[in-house]
Design a protein around this ligand. Structure first.
Ligand code: PLP
Length: 391
C-alpha cells in the first residue's frame, strides 16, 4: 500500500493514550486517579438528555441540512447575542460533530505546502497535527508562564510573514488554563490591520469557564476582523456533552458555504437528535453550568495550593478552563518521566507538557475535572512519591 504523505505527518492527542494506559492499569487491579482527561466529570444535565430522547421518539432519524437545523443555528445566534453581544446571521453558523471539526475545517481551508499557520505552544496538540497534515508549516507562538500563559501580541505580530495564512488563538486555553488579557487582544487586533490577508481562528470552547470575576475577552468583540474571523465553540465542555459530538463555528460570510461544503464531503450532518439536545442546552436553564463552573473554581483553589506545596513544583494561577499546568523543573525530572512515574508509581494519570508542544517541556498538565476528594488523594500520593525519591 502507498499511503498519502500527509498520514506520516499526522500527530495525535496523548490524552487518549494516557487514558488507555490508565484504563489498562485499572483493569489489572491498580487504583488509578485520572487527572489526565479533559472532560467534565459531570453528567449532561437531565433536561438536555430528555430533549435528545424526545427527538428520537419524535422520529428525527434522518439526515438534516449539512450546516445544522435552522432552530439550532438560531439558538446559537441568540447565544452569541446574549453572551458575546454580537449579532450573528444563523446562515453563518455551521454545526459540526464537535469543536475539533471546526478546527479541522479551518486548517484544511488554509493549509497547503508553502503556507504557514501559527498556533499556540504549549497548545491543543491537534492544531499542529492538522496543520502538518495539510503540508503547511506549523509555526509555534510561544506562551509564557510569567504572562499567565498568554501570548505576546508584539511577538506574534512579528512572526507574521507573507506566507502566513491563519493564526490560531485559544483562550481560555488547554493545557495551561491561561487567559489572554483583553489588552493583549487589543494590541493583536490593532496589529492585524497591517496584515489584512491573514485569517484568525479563535478557539473559545472554554469561554464559559473564566474565574476571578474576569469576563471572557472574545475576539468576536472586534468588528474590524469579523470578515476574517472563525469562531470555534461548542457544547462539549460547557454542558458536559463530550460524547454527544456537537460543536459550532461562526464563519465569515465568504467562508460559511465552504465550511458547509466540507461538512457535506466529510460528515453530511450531525446526528439529528443531538442537535435537538443542543437547542435545549442553549435555550434551557443554565444553573447546572453555573454550578459546574463554581465546582471547578473551588477545585482550582485546592489543586493550585496543593501543587505549590509539592517540592520542585510551581504553579501559576490559571484564569480559566479546568487545567493546571505546573512547572516541575525543580524536581529534576523531565515532563515525560514525570508523567510515566506518576502513573506507574503514584497511580495518578497526568499528561506530559511535551504532548502540547516543545514549549511544554518542564511542565505537566493536571485536569481538575475530578472531585476534591480525588484531587486531595492524588496530591497526597504525589507528595509521597516525591519524598520517596528524595529519601
Ligand atoms: N479546543 C480545545 C482547546 C480543546 O481542549 C478541545 C477538547 O479537548 C476541543 C477544542 C475539542 O472539543 P470537542 O470535544 O468538542 O471536539
Amino acid at each position: 500500500m502507498r499511503l498519502a504523505s500527509g498520514m506520516g505527518r499526522l500527530g495525535t492527542e496523548s490524552a487518549f493514550e494516557v487514558l488507555a494506559r490508565a484504563t489498562a492499569l485499572k483493569a489489572a487491579g491498580r487504583d488509578i486517579i485520572n487527572l489526565g482527561i479533559g472532560q467534565p466529570d459531570f453528567p449532561t444535565p437531565a433536561h438536555i438528555v430528555e430533549a435528545g430522547v424526545k427527538a428520537l421518539r419524535d422520529g428525527h432519524h434522518g439526515y438534516t441540512p449539512a450546516n445544522g437545523i435552522l432552530p439550532l443555528r438560531e439558538a446559537v445566534a441568540r447565544d452569541m447575542q446574549l453572551r458575546r453581544n454580537i449579532a450573528v446571521d444563523p446562515d453563518h453558523v455551521v454545526i459540526v460533530p464537535g469543536g475539533k471539526v471546526t478546527m479541522a475545517f479551518a486548517i484544511l481551508m488554509f493549509g497547503e505546502p508553502g503556507a504557514e499557520i501559527m498556533y499556540p505552544d504549549p497548545g491543543f496538540p491537534i492544531y499542529r497535527s492538522m496543520i502538518e497534515f495539510t503540508g503547511a508549516e506549523a509555526v509555534p507562538m510561544a506562551l509564557y508562564e510569567d504572562k499567565g500563559f498568554a501570548f505576546s501580541a508584539e511577538e506574534v505580530l512579528a512572526q507574521i510573514t507573507p506566507r502566513t495564512r491563519l493564526i490560531i488563538v485559544n483562550s481560555p486555553a488547554n493545557p495551561t488554563g491561561g487567559v489572554v488579557p483583553k489588552a493583549e487582544l487589543d494590541k493583536f487586533v490593532a496589529g492585524l490591520a497591517d496584515h489584512p490577508e491573514v485569517a484568525v481562528m479563535s478557539d473559545e470552547i472554554y469561554a464559559r469557564m473564566c474565574y476571578d470575576g474576569v469576563p471572557h475577552a472574545s475576539l468576536t468583540a472586534y468588528p474590524e476582523i469579523q470578515d476574517r474571523l472563525i469562531l470555534l465553540d461548542g457544547w462539549s465542555k460547557t454542558y458536559a456533552m463530550t460524547g454527544w459530538r456537537l460543536g459550532w463555528g461562526v464563519w465569515p460570510a465568504s467562508l460559511a458555504e465552504l465550511a458547509t461544503r466540507l461538512a457535506i464531503n466529510v460528515n453530511s450532518c450531525v446526528n439529528a437528535a443531538t442537535q435537538f439536545a443542543g437547542i435545549a442546552a442553549l435555550d434551557g436553564p443554565q444553573d447546572s453550568v453555573d454550578e459546574m463552573v463554581r465546582a471547578f473554581d473551588q477545585r482550582r483553589s485546592v489543586i493550585i495550593d496543593r501543587l505549590n506545596a509539592l517540592p520542585g513544583f510551581r504553579c501559576a494561577q490559571p484564569g480559566g478552563a479546568f487545567y493546571a499546568f505546573p512547572n516541575i523543573e525543580g524536581t529534576g525530572l523531565s515532563s515525560r518521566a514525570m508523567q510515566d512515574a506518576l502513573l506507574t508509581e503514584a497511580g495518578v494519570a497526568v499528561i506530559s507538557g511535551t504532548s502540547f508542544g516543545v514549549h511544554g517541556e518542564g511542565y505537566v498538565r493536571f485536569s481538575y475535572a475530578a472531585s476534591i476528594g480525588a484531587i486531595e488523594e492524588a496530591m497526597d500520593r504525589i507528595g509521597g512519591f516525591l519524598s520517596s525519591r528524595a529519601a
